[in-house]
Design a protein around this ligand. Structure first.
Ligand SMILES: Nc1nc2c(ncn2[C@@H]2O[C@H](COP(=O)(O)OP(=O)(O)OP(=O)(O)O)[C@@H](O)[C@H]2O)c(=O)[nH]1
Ligand SMILES: [Mg+2]
Length: 282
């Protein structure tokens, strides 16, 4: 994610750096229409449009304040805490489920991983392989089984095993995108039948390199399923990461973790100050 901001400043500067097309710059940084509009108006009202260094500093401040606040924590509870991971195919749900199991397992939590992606047999095998490597409990359904029933069963088993945490991986590709949302919503309702507090966290796993498209994915999933946060993956690549601020601004949803690689350790708690520093080039 590092280094793109200076390139964009160069690209959208004119008059020897005196004038910056802030709107084009902020949009290209994936900050989305609403936030770009608000930041540009703010610079205009504060007389900073023609003062690039001060303007940049003001945007930096504003991003920090948008992203301020503690990320949600996985608390202790009588019944297993449930994390439901949703998102479109290839976003990194299965890998992230494994990374989370690894992370919380290291903290001493007893974790159950559930494969509620019964659409693709390979998806179950993928998660099972991770579970074996981490040495965590694993629950899956037969191919074609109702994913909601897999989640239900996984919850029962997690309770039986006195697990602290149940992490539910879901499908990313179904016949239609609408089906995908409906299925995620059904899994959510089914888990709530076992425990009205569950799922305690519904996190959208989204590929950071898709840019502002992440905002539309978040909007759709939030409407259909109800999200409590985001995990943005592949920030080790060419992602600009602006959508993290855009999603917080427009939907009020925090980014909880970021993915920075394909290995189990490559998941970091989101740190707003660090994010803002890296956004502007470290
Ligand atoms: N570089 C990088 N690659 C990642 C990251 N997270 C996941 N990936 C890779 O992205 C690809 C897709 O990841 P999956 O975890 O299978 O994605 P998914 O959302 O489960 O996909 P579906 O099951 O098809 O919905 C894999 O090759 C992962 O290794 C990340 O943070 N950085
Ligand atoms: Mg998957």
């Amino acid at each position: 994610m590092k280094g793109f901001w200076r390139k964009l400043v160069e690209k959208f500067s004119a008059g020897g750096g005196e004038r910056v097309d802030w709107e084009a710059l902020l949009l290209e940084a994936d900050l989305g229409l609403a936030l770009t509009g608000r930041l540009t108006r703010m610079l205009s009202e504060e007389g900073l449009l023609r003062k690039p260094p001060e303007g940049e500093e003001r945007i930096r401040q504003e991003l920090r304040s948008i992203l301020a606040g503690d990320p949600p924590k996985v608390a202790h509870s009588e019944k297993p805490v449930v994390i439901l991971l949703v998102g479109v195919n290839g976003g990194g749900k299965t890998t992230t489920a494994a990374k989370l199991a690894f992370r919380y397992g290291k903290e001493g939590k007893r974790v159950v991983l559930a494969a509620a992606d019964t659409f693709r047999a390979a998806a179950v095998e993928q998660l099972e392989a991770w579970a074996r490597r981490i040495g965590t409990l694993f629950v899956a359904g037969n191919p074609g089984a109702d994913p909601a029933s897999v989640a239900y069963r996984a919850h029962a088993q997690a309770e039986e095993e006195k697990a602290d945490l149940l992490i539910v991986d879901t499908a990313g590709r179904l016949a239609t995108k609408n089906n995908l949302m409906l299925e995620a919503a059904k899994i959510r309702r089914t888990l709530a039948k076992r425990d009205p507090q569950a799922p305690h966290h519904v996190w959208l796993v989204v590929d950071g390199t898709v840019g502002s498209n992440a905002l539309s994915q978040a909007t759709e999933f939030h409407r259909a399923v109800g999200l409590s946060g985001l995990i943005v993956t592949k920030l080790d690549g060419s992602a600009k990461g602006g959508m993290i601020a855009a999603v917080k601004e427009e939907l009020g949803l925090p980014t909880v973790f970021v993915g920075i690689g394909e290995k189990l350790e490559d998941l970091e708690e989101f740190d707003a100050d660090r994010y803002v520093d890296e956004f502007f080039g470290g």
